[in-house]
Ligand binder design. Sequence first.
Ligand code: NAD
Length: 470
Amino acid sequence: MRYFLAIIGGGPAGYTAAEKASKAGKEVVLFEQNALGGTCLNVGCIPTKSLLYGAKQYYNATHAQKYGVTAENVAFDYAAMQKRKTIVVRKLVAGIKQRLQNEHCTLVSGAATVLSYQPTAISIQCNGETYEAENLMICTGSTNFVPPIPGIKDNPHVWDSTDALAATELPGKIIIVGGGVIGMEFATLYHELGVEVTVIEAMPTILPNLDQEVVSILKEKYQKAGVKILTSTKVERLEGNEVMVSQSNPNNLNTPSTLSADKILVSVGRRANMQGLEALTDLEMHRGGIVVDEFMKTNLPNVYACGDVTGKIMLAHVASRQAEVCVGRMLRQIPLQRIAYNAVPSVVYTNPEIASVGLTEEQVRAFYTEMEGPAGLEKAGGVETFYEVRKLPMTFSGRFMAENDGETGLCKMLVDSKNKTVLGVHMIGNPCSEFVAAASFAVRMGYTVSEMEQVIFPHPTVSEILHEVL
Ligand code: NAD
């Protein structure tokens, strides 16, 4: 049988594309070598959020005195938390399978390999069978990157995020190498469950891609709570459960050069999965990711790529949106849609959560500096004249005050000085992940402050901060 579309990889990009194209009446075959749902559902977003929720319940129960509640003998059962996580994942995976079957999409369980490529005649092999398709979508995702640090390979003390999610027992002490999103979410999980946590970050700051004013609030809180955070710290080598580091920050020279822990979690980024695609010899790549245009087309006619494998922004919601845009283009649906990369929200599930969309203050400054040049900046009186920062602690929200004792939080909005459009919104405070979508709307639609003022936010909700801050 000849398919209209063959999709390799059943993560958020692959299953979204499969459902959309099948719904439009096209013959679709989807290959997945592990479970449907990909990293996000099986070993990423969903399992971490399930465990983090369990940890938060425990943490809240043991810190409830400030709300007038005392609970004695509060305990947790990590194996039970893991069991619940597995049930959540299993149900969601089954749901995806059902949805695809409802649309009569052909699901093939196995590792697919591209056998040969001709525009509009692509052969794929899986489990010894050959499948022919007119179009190919590569949605093979990414895997944890293992940096070339001596002593890291085959070290039984070293975990990646998948190992950490699978473990049914907690370490007493953990070193987390990489203070990015994965690193800080696991730091949260382990810290809330009483594990001694040290985070080692090579850059001068944790979460280096986020607004640093927001990040500094998290860092201060975590350090006060006992999480050790070593920035500007390089891991030189590992010997068993020992980590040898060097320091480039003069303020941290007291850091011991050897640290040890029961486990060492390495979370220093992810790399695109390219196995099975060797036959696509002319596929254009950049920095390990497949190069795509605004409709996710690669340089090879009829070959598309979506999600982490493009190395663009490794987020599940970006992958699924890319898939929607890509299938829309493939089906020639008018009007053609594009992805608003300038309005991609992101959340870090620390406690408190961080949620943001649009440009950070660091990016706004770099943008206007480049646009205006040295002469323009001097004439205007500095880069600060091109943008305004509107910010408030979250405590301006009554609901936040009622539910977040001892927290201040922050909502920071960056606005263009001239036309008053919203350039970016950065927040820390629970539950900002649940209303950052309102800020995404503003950035996506290019709303001005006065347009935002016309939006009514329900009272009392923490989301009102987006109105208060204007
Ligand atoms: P990341 O890029 O977010 O962070 C990696 C960190 O490791 C960086 O801060 C980097 O400076 C640091 N680093 C790199 N090499 C190092 C070294 N040798 N020693 C010490 N530090 C080092 O990557 P990640 O945290 O592994 O996450 C991978 C991807 O998954 C990211 O794109 C992330 O956005 C995504 N993700 C998203 C979520 C979410 O949306 N909540 C959750 C988890 C992962």
